[in-house]
Design a binder for this molecule. Structure first.
Ligand code: KG4
Ligand code: ZN
Length: 377
């Protein structure tokens, strides 16, 4: 990889000497079922600007299966990525030759899709003689509040998506402390499975929320992990309890489905509120009472209004500011990848072209394994 070292070193020299006050980065996201490309600019004062943010959803391709099919996703990324990148540069009004770096989500995620994005990014970086940055997808979610809200460190992050459910202290770029994770299903996955077993569409979260609005939370469901010391989650039992309640009431009338959705959503909100409150205690213990009190919620499930309402109540009662980036930046997108890449590039942290795509890539490698976990990251 020596051949590629020169431009990278030149760039980090330039950065260290303070000559690079504006960085423009192309970001690529292909870790799941969104094919996305974006161009983001980072100013010398650390503030960001999105020049373009193109997301091609593959929802139609996977809907019939009730979940993402990895092989279909990888092939679709191959078909869609080139034009997404083209569109992102056109919308940004920028020639690729004028960018300062190329960032791609290199993990965690579905390996086939990751390889498509990482290989494409490396090829562009090599062709242009620009640095390549292998971005951790979770880090990109973790840092996105800096891009959209200009939020400074530290803050508490609740990341809730189809693949992840984590509570993390974000202390700075590359400095994360994982407080809690899920022992089984991710929160979005639990919504998707709940929707499937109730005969609703995919993705399940929005369907469950829509149905819940017509129902009453009248059906008793458990609140797994409530009150536990460590702020971990466990959602598989809740889903199983929902199945039992649904079987008892079969055949399901629309009103019963709505009541089951409302009951499920309320149970989820109770659990998430309790786990987040516990994480707030630990955040204060670790960082002291003077640390900024901000709770950032990211990931697709952050779109759920009921959950936001519950989290807002927790935040207010603890004196935390609730920060939820706009929906387009909560769900998977490439602007957050470009931004994480720019944050790393600004610190001279670039990768060589041998950097691998990684199906698993924990943000906090020092976090002890969560007991009993079928943990995904
Ligand atoms: O972050 P995201 O777009 O993709 C990843 O999984 O990385 O999150 C998608 C997940 C899906 O499981 C979807 O059902 C869930 O977010 N979701 C919701 C809502 N909107 C999306 N869950 C609950 N309520 C919603 N309104
Ligand atoms: Zn994600």
């Amino acid at each position: 990889m020596d051949r590629f070292a020169a431009p990278f070193n030149l760039l980090s020299d330039r950065i260290e000497r303070g000559m690079s006050n504006l960085l423009t980065v192309l970001g690529i996201e292909t870790s799941c079922d969104e094919t996305a490309a974006a161009v983001v600019r980072r100013r010398a004062d650390g503030r960001g600007e999105i020049l373009s943010n193109v997301v091609r959803s593959q929802l139609d391709l996977h809907a019939a299966y009730g979940g993402v099919v990895p092989e279909i996703a990888a092939r679709a990324h191959v078909d869609l990525l080139d034009t997404a990148i083209k569109q992102a540069t056109v919308e940004a009004g920028i020639d690729l030759a004028r960018i300062d770096g190329v960032a791609a989500a290199a993990g965690p995620g579905l390996i086939g899709g990751l390889i498509v994005g990482v290989t494409t990014a490396k090829a562009i970086a090599l062709g242009l003689g620009k640095p390549f940055i292998a971005v951790n997808h979770l880090e990109a979610h973790a840092l996105s509040a800096g891009l959209t809200e200009g939020l400074d460190f530290p803050y508490l992050l609740l990341l809730v998506s189809g693949g992840h459910t984590q509570l993390l202290i974000v202390k700075g770029v590359g400095a994360y402390e994982r407080l809690g994770t899920t022992l089984d299903d991710a929160l979005g996955e639990a919504f998707d499975k709940a929707a499937k077993l109730l005969g609703l569409g995919y993705p399940g979260g929005p369907e469950v929320e829509r149905c819940a609005a017509q129902g009453r939370a009248s059906i008793p469901l458990p609140r797994p992990m409530l009150g536990r010391e460590e702020p971990h989650f466990s959602l598989a039992g809740l889903k199983t309890a929902l199945r039992h309640e649904a079987i008892k009431r079969a055949p399901l009338e629309p009103q019963t489905i709505a009541d089951l959705c409302a009951s499920f959503q309320e149970a989820v909100a109770d659990v998430v509120s309790d786990r987040t409150a516990r994480a707030m205690d630990i955040y204060e213990e670790r960082l002291g009472a003077d640390a900024q009190r901000a709770l950032v919620v990211a990931g697709g499930v952050a779109a759920n209004q009921w959950l936001r309402h519950a989290l807002n109540a927790v935040a207010v009662s603890r004196g935390f500011r609730l920060v939820v980036p706009p929906p387009a930046l909560c769900t998977d997108n490439a602007a957050m990848i470009a931004w994480a890449g720019a944050e790393r590039l600004a610190r001279g942290q670039v990768d060589d072209l041998g950097a691998p795509a990684r199906a698993r890539w924990p943000l906090d490698a020092d976090a002890p394994p969560a007991l009993g976990a079928g943990v995904k990251a």
